[in-house]
Design a protein around this ligand. Structure first.
Ligand SMILES: [Zn+2]
Length: 507
Protein backbone atom coordinates (compact mmCIF):
# COMPACT_ATOMS: atom_id res chain seq x y z
CA UNK A 1 0.00 0.00 0.00
CA UNK A 2 2.77 2.31 1.00
CA UNK A 3 4.53 1.71 -2.33
CA UNK A 4 1.41 2.53 -4.34
CA UNK A 5 1.00 5.87 -2.55
CA UNK A 6 4.64 6.74 -3.29
CA UNK A 7 4.17 5.95 -6.97
CA UNK A 8 1.11 8.14 -7.11
CA UNK A 9 3.03 10.97 -5.52
CA UNK A 10 5.84 10.54 -8.07
CA UNK A 11 3.33 10.57 -10.95
CA UNK A 12 1.70 13.71 -9.69
CA UNK A 13 5.06 15.46 -9.39
CA UNK A 14 6.13 14.57 -12.94
CA UNK A 15 2.83 15.81 -14.30
CA UNK A 16 3.51 19.05 -12.51
CA UNK A 17 6.95 19.30 -14.10
CA UNK A 18 5.62 18.48 -17.57
CA UNK A 19 2.93 21.16 -17.22
CA UNK A 20 5.55 23.69 -16.26
CA UNK A 21 7.67 22.65 -19.39
CA UNK A 22 4.64 22.80 -21.69
CA UNK A 23 4.05 26.11 -20.42
CA UNK A 24 7.66 27.19 -21.09
CA UNK A 25 7.81 26.11 -24.91
CA UNK A 26 5.05 25.77 -27.48
CA UNK A 27 6.67 22.79 -29.43
CA UNK A 28 7.31 20.50 -26.53
CA UNK A 29 4.16 18.36 -26.80
CA UNK A 30 4.83 17.53 -30.47
CA UNK A 31 8.46 16.47 -29.70
CA UNK A 32 7.33 14.08 -27.02
CA UNK A 33 4.94 12.39 -29.39
CA UNK A 34 7.63 11.92 -32.03
CA UNK A 35 10.01 10.50 -29.51
CA UNK A 36 7.42 8.00 -28.37
CA UNK A 37 6.83 6.89 -31.94
CA UNK A 38 10.57 6.47 -32.58
CA UNK A 39 10.98 4.45 -29.37
CA UNK A 40 8.18 2.09 -30.36
CA UNK A 41 9.76 1.63 -33.80
CA UNK A 42 13.08 0.75 -32.19
CA UNK A 43 11.41 -1.72 -29.88
CA UNK A 44 9.70 -3.33 -32.85
CA UNK A 45 13.02 -3.62 -34.67
CA UNK A 46 14.72 -5.24 -31.62
CA UNK A 47 11.89 -7.72 -31.31
CA UNK A 48 12.19 -8.57 -35.01
CA UNK A 49 15.93 -9.05 -34.71
CA UNK A 50 15.44 -11.34 -31.71
CA UNK A 51 12.96 -13.45 -33.62
CA UNK A 52 15.36 -13.72 -36.54
CA UNK A 53 18.17 -14.74 -34.23
CA UNK A 54 16.09 -17.48 -32.65
CA UNK A 55 14.97 -18.77 -36.02
CA UNK A 56 18.58 -18.72 -37.23
CA UNK A 57 19.79 -20.66 -34.21
CA UNK A 58 17.11 -23.26 -34.76
CA UNK A 59 18.18 -23.65 -38.38
CA UNK A 60 21.86 -23.93 -37.40
CA UNK A 61 21.10 -26.59 -34.80
CA UNK A 62 19.09 -28.53 -37.28
CA UNK A 63 21.91 -28.43 -39.82
CA UNK A 64 24.47 -29.52 -37.21
CA UNK A 65 22.24 -32.37 -36.07
CA UNK A 66 21.69 -33.46 -39.65
CA UNK A 67 25.43 -33.36 -40.32
CA UNK A 68 26.13 -35.33 -37.13
CA UNK A 69 23.56 -37.92 -38.06
CA UNK A 70 24.98 -38.21 -41.58
CA UNK A 71 28.50 -38.53 -40.14
CA UNK A 72 27.51 -41.23 -37.67
CA UNK A 73 25.56 -43.02 -40.35
CA UNK A 74 28.67 -43.08 -42.53
CA UNK A 75 31.00 -44.02 -39.60
CA UNK A 76 28.91 -46.10 -37.23
CA UNK A 77 31.79 -48.01 -35.66
CA UNK A 78 34.19 -46.56 -33.10
CA UNK A 79 37.16 -48.46 -31.69
CA UNK A 80 38.77 -47.69 -28.35
CA UNK A 81 42.26 -47.97 -29.85
CA UNK A 82 43.83 -48.48 -33.22
CA UNK A 83 46.97 -49.96 -31.66
CA UNK A 84 46.60 -52.44 -28.83
CA UNK A 85 49.45 -53.56 -26.58
CA UNK A 86 48.96 -57.25 -25.79
CA UNK A 87 51.12 -59.29 -23.40
CA UNK A 88 52.17 -62.60 -24.87
CA UNK A 89 50.35 -65.71 -23.63
CA UNK A 90 47.65 -63.65 -21.94
CA UNK A 91 44.01 -63.80 -23.01
CA UNK A 92 43.04 -61.48 -25.84
CA UNK A 93 39.44 -60.57 -26.64
CA UNK A 94 39.22 -58.33 -29.73
CA UNK A 95 35.56 -57.47 -28.98
CA UNK A 96 36.63 -55.49 -25.93
CA UNK A 97 38.21 -52.95 -28.29
CA UNK A 98 34.82 -51.92 -29.69
CA UNK A 99 33.91 -48.54 -28.18
CA UNK A 100 30.58 -47.59 -29.72
CA UNK A 101 28.28 -48.91 -32.42
CA UNK A 102 25.89 -46.29 -33.86
CA UNK A 103 22.42 -47.74 -34.21
CA UNK A 104 23.49 -51.26 -33.29
CA UNK A 105 25.00 -53.58 -30.75
CA UNK A 106 28.57 -54.80 -30.16
CA UNK A 107 27.61 -58.37 -30.91
CA UNK A 108 26.48 -57.36 -34.41
CA UNK A 109 30.07 -56.44 -35.29
CA UNK A 110 31.94 -59.09 -37.22
CA UNK A 111 35.46 -59.54 -35.87
CA UNK A 112 38.27 -61.15 -37.82
CA UNK A 113 41.42 -61.67 -35.80
CA UNK A 114 44.74 -63.19 -36.81
CA UNK A 115 46.20 -62.63 -33.33
CA UNK A 116 48.40 -65.43 -32.02
CA UNK A 117 49.31 -64.62 -28.44
CA UNK A 118 51.83 -67.47 -28.35
CA UNK A 119 54.17 -65.60 -30.72
CA UNK A 120 55.37 -62.02 -30.45
CA UNK A 121 54.52 -59.92 -33.51
CA UNK A 122 52.12 -57.36 -35.00
CA UNK A 123 48.71 -58.70 -35.91
CA UNK A 124 45.64 -57.19 -37.50
CA UNK A 125 42.06 -57.30 -36.29
CA UNK A 126 39.31 -56.29 -38.72
CA UNK A 127 35.92 -55.14 -37.43
CA UNK A 128 33.01 -55.07 -39.89
CA UNK A 129 29.62 -53.52 -39.21
CA UNK A 130 26.99 -52.84 -41.92
CA UNK A 131 29.71 -53.01 -44.56
CA UNK A 132 31.93 -50.52 -42.73
CA UNK A 133 35.41 -51.81 -41.84
CA UNK A 134 37.79 -50.68 -39.08
CA UNK A 135 41.20 -52.12 -38.41
CA UNK A 136 43.32 -52.33 -35.29
CA UNK A 137 46.90 -53.44 -34.91
CA UNK A 138 47.65 -55.76 -32.00
CA UNK A 139 51.25 -55.69 -30.83
CA UNK A 140 51.87 -58.98 -29.05
CA UNK A 141 54.97 -58.60 -26.90
CA UNK A 142 56.63 -60.57 -24.16
CA UNK A 143 57.58 -58.10 -21.50
CA UNK A 144 57.23 -60.46 -18.55
CA UNK A 145 60.42 -61.73 -16.92
CA UNK A 146 60.76 -65.48 -16.39
CA UNK A 147 59.70 -66.83 -13.01
CA UNK A 148 62.72 -68.57 -11.57
CA UNK A 149 62.95 -70.79 -8.52
CA UNK A 150 66.40 -72.02 -7.52
CA UNK A 151 67.74 -74.69 -5.21
CA UNK A 152 70.97 -75.23 -3.39
CA UNK A 153 73.11 -77.89 -5.04
CA UNK A 154 75.56 -80.10 -3.19
CA UNK A 155 78.02 -82.31 -5.01
CA UNK A 156 81.52 -83.69 -5.06
CA UNK A 157 84.50 -81.96 -6.63
CA UNK A 158 84.32 -84.08 -9.77
CA UNK A 159 80.97 -83.13 -11.22
CA UNK A 160 80.85 -80.57 -14.00
CA UNK A 161 78.64 -77.75 -12.80
CA UNK A 162 75.92 -76.59 -15.17
CA UNK A 163 73.36 -73.85 -14.47
CA UNK A 164 70.48 -76.35 -14.89
CA UNK A 165 71.54 -78.11 -11.69
CA UNK A 166 70.29 -75.15 -9.63
CA UNK A 167 66.95 -74.67 -11.35
CA UNK A 168 64.04 -76.03 -9.36
CA UNK A 169 61.45 -74.49 -11.61
CA UNK A 170 61.36 -71.92 -14.36
CA UNK A 171 58.22 -70.51 -15.94
CA UNK A 172 57.72 -68.19 -18.88
CA UNK A 173 55.53 -67.73 -21.92
CA UNK A 174 58.49 -68.52 -24.17
CA UNK A 175 61.53 -70.77 -24.04
CA UNK A 176 63.97 -69.86 -21.31
CA UNK A 177 67.71 -70.32 -21.32
CA UNK A 178 69.63 -70.36 -18.08
CA UNK A 179 73.25 -69.37 -17.64
CA UNK A 180 75.65 -68.38 -14.93
CA UNK A 181 75.84 -64.72 -14.05
CA UNK A 182 79.55 -65.23 -13.76
CA UNK A 183 81.37 -68.47 -14.50
CA UNK A 184 84.11 -69.68 -12.20
CA UNK A 185 86.03 -72.85 -11.48
CA UNK A 186 84.30 -73.69 -8.17
CA UNK A 187 86.94 -76.33 -7.55
CA UNK A 188 87.42 -75.95 -3.79
CA UNK A 189 85.63 -77.87 -1.07
CA UNK A 190 83.49 -74.98 0.16
CA UNK A 191 80.22 -73.14 -0.34
CA UNK A 192 79.95 -70.75 -3.26
CA UNK A 193 77.34 -68.13 -4.02
CA UNK A 194 76.07 -68.63 -7.54
CA UNK A 195 74.11 -66.20 -9.71
CA UNK A 196 71.76 -67.75 -12.23
CA UNK A 197 70.32 -65.77 -15.11
CA UNK A 198 67.13 -66.93 -16.79
CA UNK A 199 66.50 -65.25 -20.13
CA UNK A 200 63.42 -65.73 -22.24
CA UNK A 201 63.20 -65.58 -26.03
CA UNK A 202 62.38 -61.85 -25.92
CA UNK A 203 65.42 -61.04 -23.83
CA UNK A 204 63.62 -60.53 -20.49
CA UNK A 205 65.95 -61.55 -17.72
CA UNK A 206 65.56 -62.70 -14.14
CA UNK A 207 68.63 -63.03 -11.98
CA UNK A 208 68.65 -64.93 -8.70
CA UNK A 209 71.24 -66.18 -6.26
CA UNK A 210 71.74 -69.63 -4.80
CA UNK A 211 74.44 -71.79 -3.26
CA UNK A 212 76.78 -74.47 -4.53
CA UNK A 213 78.19 -76.76 -1.89
CA UNK A 214 81.31 -78.56 -3.04
CA UNK A 215 82.35 -81.49 -0.86
CA UNK A 216 85.30 -83.78 -1.11
CA UNK A 217 83.90 -87.29 -1.70
CA UNK A 218 85.97 -89.86 0.14
CA UNK A 219 83.43 -92.67 0.19
CA UNK A 220 83.54 -95.49 -2.33
CA UNK A 221 80.51 -96.91 -4.10
CA UNK A 222 78.48 -99.72 -2.60
CA UNK A 223 78.23 -103.09 -4.34
CA UNK A 224 75.21 -105.28 -3.63
CA UNK A 225 74.06 -108.69 -4.83
CA UNK A 226 77.53 -110.28 -5.02
CA UNK A 227 76.52 -113.04 -2.62
CA UNK A 228 78.27 -116.40 -2.57
CA UNK A 229 76.91 -118.81 -5.14
CA UNK A 230 76.80 -122.59 -5.65
CA UNK A 231 76.59 -123.84 -9.21
CA UNK A 232 76.69 -127.17 -11.04
CA UNK A 233 79.76 -127.80 -13.13
CA UNK A 234 79.33 -126.89 -16.80
CA UNK A 235 76.43 -124.51 -16.26
CA UNK A 236 76.45 -120.92 -17.39
CA UNK A 237 76.53 -118.15 -14.82
CA UNK A 238 76.21 -114.50 -15.71
CA UNK A 239 78.31 -112.90 -13.01
CA UNK A 240 77.10 -109.38 -13.88
CA UNK A 241 73.48 -110.36 -13.46
CA UNK A 242 71.94 -109.25 -10.17
CA UNK A 243 74.96 -107.30 -8.98
CA UNK A 244 74.33 -103.57 -8.62
CA UNK A 245 76.35 -100.55 -7.61
CA UNK A 246 75.38 -97.23 -6.05
CA UNK A 247 77.23 -94.17 -4.80
CA UNK A 248 76.55 -91.30 -2.41
CA UNK A 249 77.57 -88.67 -4.98
CA UNK A 250 78.06 -90.21 -8.40
CA UNK A 251 74.80 -91.33 -10.02
CA UNK A 252 76.69 -93.58 -12.46
CA UNK A 253 79.60 -95.30 -10.78
CA UNK A 254 81.36 -97.95 -12.85
CA UNK A 255 81.32 -101.66 -12.05
CA UNK A 256 83.55 -104.36 -13.44
CA UNK A 257 84.09 -108.00 -12.54
CA UNK A 258 87.28 -109.98 -12.88
CA UNK A 259 86.52 -113.67 -13.51
CA UNK A 260 89.98 -114.70 -14.71
CA UNK A 261 90.26 -117.16 -11.85
CA UNK A 262 86.81 -118.67 -12.31
CA UNK A 263 86.41 -121.99 -14.18
CA UNK A 264 82.77 -123.01 -14.27
CA UNK A 265 83.70 -126.26 -16.07
CA UNK A 266 85.85 -127.65 -13.23
CA UNK A 267 84.68 -128.39 -9.69
CA UNK A 268 86.26 -126.08 -7.11
CA UNK A 269 85.92 -122.88 -5.12
CA UNK A 270 86.65 -119.65 -6.97
CA UNK A 271 86.69 -115.94 -6.36
CA UNK A 272 85.29 -113.33 -8.67
CA UNK A 273 86.41 -109.79 -7.88
CA UNK A 274 84.01 -106.89 -8.35
CA UNK A 275 85.46 -103.39 -8.57
CA UNK A 276 83.36 -100.25 -8.44
CA UNK A 277 84.65 -96.72 -8.96
CA UNK A 278 83.00 -93.32 -8.55
CA UNK A 279 83.91 -90.18 -10.49
CA UNK A 280 85.97 -88.88 -7.59
CA UNK A 281 88.21 -91.91 -7.94
CA UNK A 282 87.04 -93.78 -4.82
CA UNK A 283 87.17 -97.51 -5.32
CA UNK A 284 85.38 -100.43 -3.70
CA UNK A 285 86.18 -104.09 -4.26
CA UNK A 286 84.08 -107.07 -3.26
CA UNK A 287 85.09 -110.71 -3.52
CA UNK A 288 82.44 -113.23 -4.44
CA UNK A 289 82.84 -116.90 -3.62
CA UNK A 290 81.74 -119.29 -6.35
CA UNK A 291 81.52 -122.98 -5.54
CA UNK A 292 81.37 -125.18 -8.65
CA UNK A 293 79.97 -128.56 -7.76
CA UNK A 294 81.01 -131.66 -9.60
CA UNK A 295 78.61 -132.86 -12.28
CA UNK A 296 79.36 -136.58 -12.80
CA UNK A 297 77.73 -136.50 -16.24
CA UNK A 298 80.32 -134.06 -17.46
CA UNK A 299 83.14 -136.48 -16.84
CA UNK A 300 81.50 -139.25 -18.84
CA UNK A 301 81.15 -139.77 -22.56
CA UNK A 302 77.41 -139.57 -23.03
CA UNK A 303 75.01 -139.82 -25.93
CA UNK A 304 71.64 -138.18 -25.44
CA UNK A 305 69.25 -139.78 -27.90
CA UNK A 306 66.39 -137.35 -28.39
CA UNK A 307 63.08 -137.99 -30.19
CA UNK A 308 60.87 -135.05 -31.13
CA UNK A 309 57.19 -134.78 -32.06
CA UNK A 310 55.91 -137.98 -30.36
CA UNK A 311 54.21 -139.91 -29.04
CA UNK A 312 53.30 -141.92 -32.14
CA UNK A 313 52.64 -145.48 -33.20
CA UNK A 314 56.42 -145.89 -33.44
CA UNK A 315 57.05 -144.92 -29.78
CA UNK A 316 56.49 -148.50 -28.60
CA UNK A 317 59.03 -149.87 -31.08
CA UNK A 318 61.59 -147.28 -30.01
CA UNK A 319 60.99 -148.13 -26.34
CA UNK A 320 61.44 -151.81 -27.11
CA UNK A 321 64.83 -151.19 -28.74
CA UNK A 322 65.96 -148.93 -25.88
CA UNK A 323 64.90 -151.64 -23.42
CA UNK A 324 66.80 -154.27 -25.36
CA UNK A 325 70.01 -152.21 -25.23
CA UNK A 326 69.41 -150.90 -21.71
CA UNK A 327 69.75 -147.35 -23.07
CA UNK A 328 67.99 -144.24 -21.88
CA UNK A 329 66.66 -141.48 -24.14
CA UNK A 330 64.57 -138.29 -24.12
CA UNK A 331 61.17 -137.71 -25.76
CA UNK A 332 60.22 -134.08 -26.54
CA UNK A 333 56.47 -134.54 -26.83
CA UNK A 334 53.53 -132.55 -28.22
CA UNK A 335 49.79 -132.66 -27.58
CA UNK A 336 49.00 -133.60 -31.18
CA UNK A 337 48.71 -137.37 -30.84
CA UNK A 338 47.16 -137.90 -27.44
CA UNK A 339 45.77 -141.33 -28.33
CA UNK A 340 49.33 -142.56 -27.77
CA UNK A 341 49.81 -140.82 -24.43
CA UNK A 342 49.99 -144.26 -22.81
CA UNK A 343 53.35 -144.63 -24.58
CA UNK A 344 54.49 -141.32 -23.10
CA UNK A 345 53.58 -142.81 -19.72
CA UNK A 346 55.46 -146.03 -20.54
CA UNK A 347 58.55 -144.05 -21.60
CA UNK A 348 58.50 -142.16 -18.31
CA UNK A 349 57.94 -145.31 -16.28
CA UNK A 350 60.84 -147.05 -18.04
CA UNK A 351 63.22 -144.27 -16.93
CA UNK A 352 63.34 -142.08 -20.03
CA UNK A 353 63.09 -138.32 -19.85
CA UNK A 354 60.02 -136.49 -21.09
CA UNK A 355 60.60 -132.98 -22.42
CA UNK A 356 58.26 -130.24 -23.63
CA UNK A 357 58.28 -129.65 -27.35
CA UNK A 358 55.06 -127.53 -27.31
CA UNK A 359 51.40 -128.47 -27.34
CA UNK A 360 50.49 -127.50 -30.90
CA UNK A 361 53.84 -127.45 -32.73
CA UNK A 362 52.19 -124.72 -34.82
CA UNK A 363 54.84 -122.08 -35.57
CA UNK A 364 52.34 -119.35 -36.43
CA UNK A 365 50.63 -119.78 -33.06
CA UNK A 366 53.68 -120.45 -30.91
CA UNK A 367 55.82 -117.66 -32.19
CA UNK A 368 53.02 -115.09 -32.41
CA UNK A 369 54.26 -113.55 -29.14
CA UNK A 370 56.13 -114.32 -25.96
CA UNK A 371 52.80 -114.71 -24.22
CA UNK A 372 51.50 -117.12 -26.89
CA UNK A 373 54.59 -119.27 -26.51
CA UNK A 374 54.23 -119.51 -22.74
CA UNK A 375 50.48 -120.21 -22.99
CA UNK A 376 51.28 -123.17 -25.22
CA UNK A 377 54.15 -124.29 -23.00
CA UNK A 378 51.83 -124.31 -20.00
CA UNK A 379 49.42 -126.60 -21.87
CA UNK A 380 52.05 -129.20 -22.76
CA UNK A 381 53.52 -128.93 -19.27
CA UNK A 382 50.09 -129.67 -17.78
CA UNK A 383 49.56 -132.58 -20.15
CA UNK A 384 52.92 -134.16 -19.36
CA UNK A 385 52.33 -133.75 -15.64
CA UNK A 386 48.88 -135.32 -16.00
CA UNK A 387 50.17 -138.30 -17.99
CA UNK A 388 53.43 -138.96 -16.14
CA UNK A 389 52.71 -137.50 -12.70
CA UNK A 390 55.87 -135.41 -12.96
CA UNK A 391 56.57 -131.84 -14.07
CA UNK A 392 59.14 -131.43 -16.81
CA UNK A 393 61.64 -128.55 -17.02
CA UNK A 394 63.21 -129.67 -20.29
CA UNK A 395 62.40 -127.74 -23.43
CA UNK A 396 63.12 -128.12 -27.09
CA UNK A 397 61.99 -125.23 -29.28
CA UNK A 398 60.33 -126.35 -32.53
CA UNK A 399 62.95 -125.54 -35.15
CA UNK A 400 65.56 -125.17 -32.40
CA UNK A 401 66.56 -121.91 -30.72
CA UNK A 402 68.31 -120.93 -33.97
CA UNK A 403 65.07 -120.97 -36.00
CA UNK A 404 64.43 -117.97 -38.22
CA UNK A 405 60.76 -118.79 -38.77
CA UNK A 406 59.83 -116.79 -35.66
CA UNK A 407 61.35 -113.70 -37.28
CA UNK A 408 58.39 -113.72 -39.64
CA UNK A 409 56.04 -113.24 -36.68
CA UNK A 410 58.00 -111.34 -34.02
CA UNK A 411 61.50 -109.91 -34.56
CA UNK A 412 63.77 -110.69 -31.62
CA UNK A 413 61.45 -113.30 -30.17
CA UNK A 414 63.97 -116.12 -29.77
CA UNK A 415 66.41 -113.80 -28.01
CA UNK A 416 63.67 -113.10 -25.49
CA UNK A 417 62.38 -116.67 -25.20
CA UNK A 418 65.77 -118.33 -24.69
CA UNK A 419 66.40 -115.94 -21.78
CA UNK A 420 62.89 -116.09 -20.39
CA UNK A 421 62.63 -119.89 -20.22
CA UNK A 422 65.86 -120.10 -18.25
CA UNK A 423 64.72 -117.36 -15.89
CA UNK A 424 61.58 -119.43 -15.26
CA UNK A 425 63.69 -122.44 -14.29
CA UNK A 426 63.58 -124.37 -17.56
CA UNK A 427 66.54 -125.56 -19.59
CA UNK A 428 66.31 -125.70 -23.36
CA UNK A 429 68.22 -128.20 -25.46
CA UNK A 430 69.23 -127.84 -29.07
CA UNK A 431 71.37 -130.61 -30.59
CA UNK A 432 74.95 -131.03 -31.75
CA UNK A 433 74.32 -134.00 -34.02
CA UNK A 434 71.49 -134.31 -36.55
CA UNK A 435 70.28 -137.65 -37.90
CA UNK A 436 68.59 -135.57 -40.63
CA UNK A 437 65.45 -137.70 -40.43
CA UNK A 438 63.40 -134.51 -40.60
CA UNK A 439 64.46 -133.93 -44.19
CA UNK A 440 61.93 -136.48 -45.45
CA UNK A 441 60.13 -139.70 -44.69
CA UNK A 442 61.75 -143.05 -45.41
CA UNK A 443 65.22 -141.58 -45.55
CA UNK A 444 67.65 -144.46 -46.17
CA UNK A 445 68.73 -146.13 -42.93
CA UNK A 446 72.43 -145.94 -43.91
CA UNK A 447 72.14 -142.17 -44.35
CA UNK A 448 70.54 -141.71 -40.95
CA UNK A 449 73.15 -143.94 -39.28
CA UNK A 450 76.01 -142.12 -41.03
CA UNK A 451 74.76 -138.72 -39.88
CA UNK A 452 73.88 -139.80 -36.36
CA UNK A 453 77.32 -141.38 -35.85
CA UNK A 454 79.33 -138.50 -37.25
CA UNK A 455 80.19 -136.93 -33.88
CA UNK A 456 83.14 -137.64 -31.63
CA UNK A 457 82.35 -135.07 -28.94
CA UNK A 458 82.24 -135.97 -25.29
CA UNK A 459 78.55 -135.11 -25.00
CA UNK A 460 76.45 -135.88 -28.05
CA UNK A 461 72.86 -134.78 -28.33
CA UNK A 462 71.35 -136.52 -31.38
CA UNK A 463 68.23 -135.11 -33.02
CA UNK A 464 65.72 -137.75 -34.18
CA UNK A 465 61.96 -137.86 -34.65
CA UNK A 466 59.21 -140.07 -33.31
CA UNK A 467 56.26 -139.96 -35.71
CA UNK A 468 54.07 -142.49 -37.49
CA UNK A 469 55.99 -141.92 -40.72
CA UNK A 470 59.56 -142.20 -39.39
CA UNK A 471 59.98 -145.96 -39.75
CA UNK A 472 63.57 -145.75 -40.93
CA UNK A 473 64.55 -143.86 -37.77
CA UNK A 474 63.37 -146.88 -35.77
CA UNK A 475 65.40 -149.15 -38.06
CA UNK A 476 68.53 -147.00 -37.72
CA UNK A 477 68.38 -146.80 -33.93
CA UNK A 478 70.09 -150.14 -33.02
CA UNK A 479 73.06 -149.41 -35.28
CA UNK A 480 73.48 -145.94 -33.75
CA UNK A 481 73.44 -147.35 -30.21
CA UNK A 482 75.89 -150.14 -31.14
CA UNK A 483 78.28 -147.64 -32.76
CA UNK A 484 78.55 -145.33 -29.74
CA UNK A 485 78.52 -148.13 -27.19
CA UNK A 486 81.55 -149.60 -28.90
CA UNK A 487 83.23 -146.19 -28.45
CA UNK A 488 82.63 -146.17 -24.71
CA UNK A 489 79.58 -143.91 -24.55
CA UNK A 490 76.67 -144.38 -22.18
CA UNK A 491 73.07 -143.44 -23.13
CA UNK A 492 71.27 -141.15 -20.72
CA UNK A 493 68.04 -139.24 -20.53
CA UNK A 494 68.40 -135.49 -20.11
CA UNK A 495 68.06 -133.72 -16.79
CA UNK A 496 68.01 -129.96 -16.16
CA UNK A 497 71.71 -130.22 -15.28
CA UNK A 498 72.74 -132.13 -18.40
CA UNK A 499 75.05 -130.71 -21.00
CA UNK A 500 72.86 -128.42 -23.09
CA UNK A 501 74.01 -127.60 -26.59
CA UNK A 502 72.71 -124.14 -27.54
CA UNK A 503 72.60 -122.92 -31.09
CA UNK A 504 73.36 -119.37 -32.05
CA UNK A 505 70.12 -117.46 -31.75
CA UNK A 506 69.22 -115.85 -35.06
CA UNK A 507 66.18 -113.87 -34.08
ZN1 LIG B 1 59.45 -130.87 -33.84
Amino acid sequence: MQKKKDNNKRAKNSTKERSSQTISTGYTRIDDEQRRIRRRKREMQVRKQRRRLIMGSFAACFVIAACAFAFLYMNPLFLKAEVIQQEMAEDFNPTQNIGFVFGGKVKQVQVESSVDTSKPGDYEVTYTYRGHKKKATVEVRDTTKPELELQTYATDLAETITPELFVKEVKDASEVKVRFEKEEKWDQAKTYEIGIVAEDASGNETIKKTKLIREKDEKGPEITGADDVDIMQGKDLDLQNGVTVSDNMDPNPSLSVNTDQVDLNSPGTYTAVYTAKDRSGNETTVERKIVVEENPELEEKIVYLTFDDGPSENTGKILDILKKYNAKATFFVTGNNQKHDDLMKRAHDEGHSIGLHTYTHDYAKLYASEEAYFDDLQKISDLVEKVTGEKSYLIRFPGGSSNTVSKKYVPGLMTKLTKAVQEKGYQYFDWNCDSTDAEGNNRPVEKLVANATSSSQKHINILMHDTDAKDTTVEALPKIIEYYRAKGYTFKGLTANSFAPHHKVNN
